[in-house]
Write a protein that binds this ligand. Structure first.
Ligand SMILES: *Cc1c(COP(=O)(O)O)cnc(C)c1O
Length: 393
């Protein structure tokens, strides 16, 4: 079946148990699928856009109420939808970062955080990680002092990932934000792997900004995300245009500069909106998803020679596992080499791991039902036993 000339149908989430780290939190709900079909046309949410003509003020569909709900969901004062977490970073960097300004990221920051700093001429500097791959408040404090000495000014802003994308480890965000506050440095909380899958309370964390990735963690189409701010910071990052055209003297109302006026004008926004009631409910069940994930990690660890690179016990469903001492020993002599694992998983209907990887790889079990989780745990062990690897039960 084709969706046009050269576009195959995509059915990985219908036909398999998908454990792809970046995909599991972004899978659409059935409501989002319906909304996407109904609002597929360009500018579809603009039917009832009235003066003063801004996306977040449209009443039908209830986009204005959705923005208030989003802010409340994150316990922040203001929220805007953005085309991905990266565009949230960009809006913040565009507001605060000038050429030569030091900006603190971490040794586990995502590349998009670096690019947003680079785009405005800032100097990205990393807070180092502990041997256990944790970003600590102590390390943040030391790096802030170092930046002051080295650059003669404090970092303009600090970006913090609550859980990083490499290990899925939890970092000391609350402690680091406290240190940042003592130094009067605003903090962007990057919730790409939290907002939409677990509860996030921006105010109690003390964050100035909360960024989420809707296509990663809010069951939404790409590119979509959220940028929320405190009242004080909202006036800065969501500042309105002051431009006046020289010839025609036109002005542009209350369009927000960093948002380029309006952001998500169709499928992405209605997808987010349709999934939102489900997302708001599902974050309450985070512990359940975590339990299933721990069960699968333990099943892997029972395969002799397997170790976990992430912190343990796990606090996130994204895990970096090391099977150099188990599956990789099979790969060395198997006729399919490293692809034996991918292929064995595929035969069992499990998708989403890196093809050919048998040493260090990542997976994310978020969203599996109990039965799927148990099936996945068993599948790993059956593949091990089938290839002569001892499993201790
Ligand atoms: C995925 C990810 C991003 C990028 O998110 P987009 O919504 O695709 O822009 C940023 N930071 C972290 C930590 C991520 O995991």
């Amino acid at each position: 079946m084709k969706c046009g000339l050269s576009l195959d149908i995509r059915d990985v989430d219908e036909t398999s148990i998908n454990i792809d780290p970046i995909q599991v939190g972004g899978r659409l709900t059935a409501d989002a699928m319906k909304a996407v079909i109904a609002y597929g046309d360009g500018y579809s949410v603009c039917d009832n856009c009235r003066k003063p003509n801004r996306l977040d003020m449209i009443k039908s569909p209830p986009i204005d109420a959705f923005h208030r709900d989003l802010a409340a969901f994150l316990n922040m004062d203001e929220a805007r939808v953005v085309p991905g977490a990266r565009r949230g970073f960009q809006a913040v960097a565009g507001t605060y970062v000038k050429k030569g300004d030091p900006v603190l990221l971490t040794a586990l920051s995502h590349y998009t955080e670096f690019l947003s700093v680079e785009a405005y001429g800032g100097i990205p500097l990393e807070i180092g990680m502990s041997p256990g791959h944790i970003i600590t408040a102590d390390a943040a404090g030391e790096k802030i002092d170092w930046v002051r000495r080295e650059y003669g000014k404090p970092p303009k802003i600090i970006y913090l990932d609550h859980f990083d994308y490499q290990y899925g480890n939890e970092h000391e965000v609350k402690g680091i934000i406290k240190v940042a506050k003592q130094n009067d440095i605003p903090v962007l909380y990057n919730g790409a792997y939290t907002v939409g899958i677990m509860p996030v309370d921006g105010r109690s964390l003390g964050a100035d900004f909360v960024v989420g990735s809707a296509h990663k963690s809010m069951a939404s189409p790409a590119p979509s995300g959220v940028l929320a701010a405190t009242k004080e910071r909202a006036g800065e990052v969501f500042r309105t245009t002051k431009a006046e055209a020289d010839l025609t003297k036109r002005t542009f109302g209350i369009k927000e500069v960093e948002m380029m006026g309006c952001t998500l004008m169709g499928v992405t926004l209605v997808g987010m909106m349709a999934s939102f009631p489900h997302v708001r409910e599902r974050v309450k069940h985070w512990e359940h998803h975590l339990r299933n994930s721990r069960m699968i990690v333990d099943a892997l660890l029972a395969i002799n020679g397997t170790t976990v690179k992430s912190e343990y016990p796990r606090r996130h469903t994204l895990t970096r596992i090391d099977t150099s001492g188990s599956f990789d020993t099979v790969a060395r002599t198997h006729k399919k080499r490293g692809f034996f694992l991918t292929s064995a998983l595929k035969e069992k209907g499990i998708a989403g791991t890196i093809p050919g990887a048998t040493k260090v790889w990542k997976f994310n079990t978020y969203g599996l039902t109990d039965a799927q989780a148990q099936y996945t745990a068993n599948a790993f062990q059956e593949i091990a036993v089938g290839n002569g690897l001892p499993v201790s039960r």
